[in-house]
Design a protein around this ligand. Structure first.
Ligand code: ACO
Length: 331
């Protein structure tokens, strides 16, 4: 059997502080009814105090390592997907490595926003297939709450995002289980549809008072534009990866989509004819946790017994970049 990456353990960590839509309505001109109807979000988690992405990642990583029976020092690589690194550099992967106490395991940061976990999975799978690595820790973690515009100006974006972390330990498998394949895409010509501009290396200094006054250090999004592209690109890339393996949407036992908007996931499932009970949705409780959303949702689904040995798991994501991707895993 072909060597490939298998998910041997999963973990997640969400900060304790729950922020409801009603809490946000006290900060800006919005309402629980608007947020729920447009996105499906009821509440999200926000960190308290000085907590960075690697701090959220640490308990998630420990849980995944424990579930896989792998010690941190046995890892061949740490891949850390985030758009909200603890500090500008070095990457959060290095910070997590130190916290796990596993110097000199290599650490790589992936900056692909909502598709970060799937880009990271493709990298881990490639190293494992090549035979150069056997145990990879893949983490997605985000602290959005410290970077949101909580005034009326930012309400279209700020109500969407939450903090959290998810982790997976990937090991080499030769029994037919594991990652069947991944398809990755990007279209950088549309990067302005969703971005945070500052601090910017092209700007002297990288951030100044005028930029702050204009809110250029906050995320900016053309929500309708992103929505429209997501509902066509996600079904497209899922069909692409299914076709490559001679499979059809009906073969999917469980779809774990990125959690950006419940309406996007409903539309994707409808287009592919995947019944509701085979789609994992938890955006109501966590909002959009970007690179963390797929591993958090997968970890919950596995805990709930929604995947059995031999099942076909599909994962798909769309986000800033623009980037989009889909993976198939034989469980
Ligand atoms: N509360 C109340 N009203 C609001 C809010 C809010 N929080 N935000 C916007 N509105 C208003 C707008 O001003 C607008 O008012 P107007 O009609 O008077 O102009 C109205 O609500 C409708 O706004 P739209 O933007 O058209 O609303 P839409 O139905 O498109 O929903 C949303 C907005 C939820 C952002 C949606 O477009 C969406 O989910 N887009 C995709 C998001 C996404 O997938 N992002 C990618 C992943 S994130 C990543 O990669 C980092």
């Amino acid at each position: 059997m072909r060597r490939r990456a298998r998910i041997a353990g999963l973990g997640r960590h969400l900060p304790e502080r729950v922020v409801t839509n009603a809490d946000l309505a006290r900060l800006m001109d919005t309402s629980d009814a608007w947020i729920r109807a447009r996105t499906g979000i009821r509440e999200r988690r926000w960190v308290e105090g000085e907590v960075g992405a690697s701090d959220l990642a640490l308990p998630a990583a420990r849980e995944a390592l424990k579930a896989a029976g792998v010690r941190p020092t046995e890892l061949d690589l740490i891949i850390f997907a985030t758009l909200s690194p603890d500090i500008t550099f070095p990457g959060s992967g290095c910070l997590l490595q130190a916290k796990l106490g596993c110097a000199t395991v290599p650490a790589l940061d992936v900056r692909n926003q909502c598709t970060g976990f799937l880009y990271g999975l493709a990298v881990a799978d490639a190293f494992i297939r090549a035979g150069t690595m056997s145990r990879v820790l893949l983490v997605g973690a985000e602290v959005h709450s410290t970077g949101l515009d909580l005034s009326d100006r930012g309400r279209d974006v700020s109500v969407l995002f939450g903090d959290g972390a998810g982790a997976a330990v990937l090991v080499a498998s030769e029994d037919g289980s594991g990652v069947l394949g991944t398809r990755l895409h990007a279209d950088g010509s549309e990067h302005e549809l969703l971005m945070i501009e500052a601090p910017a290396s092209r700007h002297h200094p990288r951030i100044d008072h005028a930029m702050i006054d204009e809110g250029r250090h906050y995320p900016r999004m053309d929500g309708r534009g992103v929505f429209r592209r997501a509902v066509s690109r996600v079904p497209e890339v899922l069909r692409e990866v299914l076709d490559a393996h001679g499979l059809a949407p009906a073969d999917i036992d469980l779809l774990v989509p990125h959690q950006a908007n419940r309406r996007i996931n409903d539309a994707v499932a409808r287009k592919l004819g995947i019944p509701e009970e085979r789609v994992v949705q938890n955006i109501d409780r966590y909002g959009n946790t970007t690179a963390a959303s797929i591993p958090i949702a997968l970890s919950e689904a596995v805990e709930e017994g929604r995947l059995r040995s031999g099942d076909l798991l599909a994962m798909a994501a769309f986000g800033a970049g623009l980037t989009w991707a889909a993976s198939l895993v034989r469980w």
